[in-house]
Write a protein that binds this ligand. Structure first.
Ligand code: ZN
Length: 438
């Protein structure tokens, strides 16, 4: 066979392979590739949406969608997670899933991922703000701006982090929030004023400590941080009574507070100054949104309206419950949906009375991601159009794309019930459904 013929054949074959457009942009998501907890996992910057997710070996992978040319690039493996096993596990419960990356684009267009930490292993040294776990929180940066093809490690954040979350302020300052170790650890932030090249030392926000009444129980926390109005950062969080002996995983209550980034002070919803790090006693007295009693919660999301008032969704038991600060009180909680599993939602606020939520849930085995909308301040919620539905599947939702365009709002991975392996198809959903890969 002549070289020319071989060349023509390869062009034909490659052309054929890529001729079939797909609704998904990648099929090498692994385990549970995205979550709202490690967030955001995607950002729109200068005409391109960058999407990161957990791939094989729990390593961070990234793809990029050019909105003008409608072309995808990637997946590119951007780093190596110390949580991964070789060979990859074949059972879902053997995957740690804390390989999931959080993503931010700095002012010069360099892309940053933080991933792979689950509290940091013993061998990494002494953790002064918590207890050891596993893995290593790792920070990588794209070598070139607006280019996902090559990456370098920046050794400038604590290795003890997990649940990494990036908050970017309008002035370019970037805050990396995370839990500084395993369960019994403080939640902290590290601040960078130069596009993540240098981070200041960790500052504790939520304090872990042994309870006086029962020394076997430590106060521990789950938290979700987000940019608020102006130069503020809002956080909703939950208490985890962490037992040293007889450990279980209960999480209770909902709390809210905010940071003023001008002077790094913190206050509650009424504007009363808080002392950091916030303890359980202080949280109960000053920042409580809801006491859920014995009902378990999972971490909610919080967004802030133009008046600076928080709106919060908390997963309580099998229900998704909405809270809104009206200016002088928390509005009566509203149950949005209750007869489903796998609820995961994120939302944006159009005005204090109008909000739209993208909610993922599974109803009788069918996964769906649909718009839900309120026009009366959250008293009533209507399910509107669905961006995606999948029979016999669960759809895992990431948090909303930062600075999203309407055609590319959220990243979703699909877990088919009858699937034998742990590979997942990855979708980028917008108002017209999945952003196709041509
Ligand atoms: Zn615990």
């Amino acid at each position: 066979m002549s070289t020319l013929l071989a060349f023509l054949l390869s062009v034909f074959v490659v052309g054929f392979v890529f001729a079939e457009p797909t609704d998904y942009f990648a099929d090498n998501g692994f385990g549970k590739p995205v979550s709202t907890m490690q967030h955001p996992c995607a950002e729109y910057f200068n005409g391109v949406t960058y999407v990161a997710y957990q791939g094989p070996h729990e390593d961070p992978y990234i793809c990029a969608y050019n909105h003008k040319t409608r072309q995808w690039s990637g997946p590119v493996k951007a780093g190596t997670s110390s949580l991964g096993n070789s060979p990859d596990p074949t059972e879902a419960d053997e995957v740690d899933n804390h390989g999931r990356p959080a993503l931010v684009v700095d002012g010069t267009g360099h892309i940053h991922l933080v991933f792979g930490g689950h509290g940091g292993a013993w061998r990494l040294g002494r953790n002064t703000l918590g207890t050891p776990g596993s893995g290593r929180q790792t920070h990588v940066m794209s070598t070139n701006p607006e280019d996902i093809s090559s990456w370098e490690i920046l050794d400038n954040v604590s290795p003890f982090g997990t649940y990494s979350q990036f908050v970017k302020l309008p002035d370019g300052d970037i805050y990396l929030f995370y839990r500084h170790g395993s369960h019994r650890s403080d939640w902290v932030y590290q601040k960078s004023t130069d596009g993540c090249r240098v981070f200041a030392a960790p500052v504790s926000v939520l304090k872990h400590k042994r309870q006086t009444a029962d020394p076997n129980i430590h106060d521990a926390w789950y938290a979700w941080f987000h940019k608020g109005k102006g130069d503020t950062i809002a956080v909703t969080y939950h208490h985890h009574p962490c037992a040293v002996i007889g450990h279980k995983k209960p999480r209770n209550n909902g709390y809210y507070m905010r940071m003023n980034c001008g002077d790094d002070s913190w206050e509650n919803v009424r504007g009363e100054r808080l002392t950091l790090p916030v303890t359980k006693e202080s949280a109960d007295e000053h920042t409580l949104v809801v006491d859920t009693g014995t009902e378990g919660v999972r971490t909610g999301v919080c967004r802030v309206d133009d008046e600076g008032h928080p709106h919060i969704f908390i997963k309580q038991g099998a229900r998704l419950v909405y809270y809104r600060w009206t200016g002088d009180a928390w509005q009566e909680p509203v149950v949005i949906t209750r007869e489903s599993t796998g609820q995961e939602g994120d939302f944006f606020i159009e005005s204090p009375m109008e909000s739209r939520m993208l909610l993922s849930q599974t109803i009788e085995g069918k996964g769906e991601v649909c718009w839900w909308r309120t026009t009366d301040g959250g008293l009533k919620w209507e399910r509107e159009t669905c961006l995606m539905a999948s029979e016999n599947a669960e759809l895992l939702l990431g948090s909303l794309v930062r600075n999203a365009r309407p055609e590319a709002r959220v990243v979703v991975s699909e877990i088919k019930a009858d699937q034998r392996n742990l590979s997942r198809k990855m979708y980028l959903l917008g108002d017209s459904g999945p952003v196709r890969r041509e």
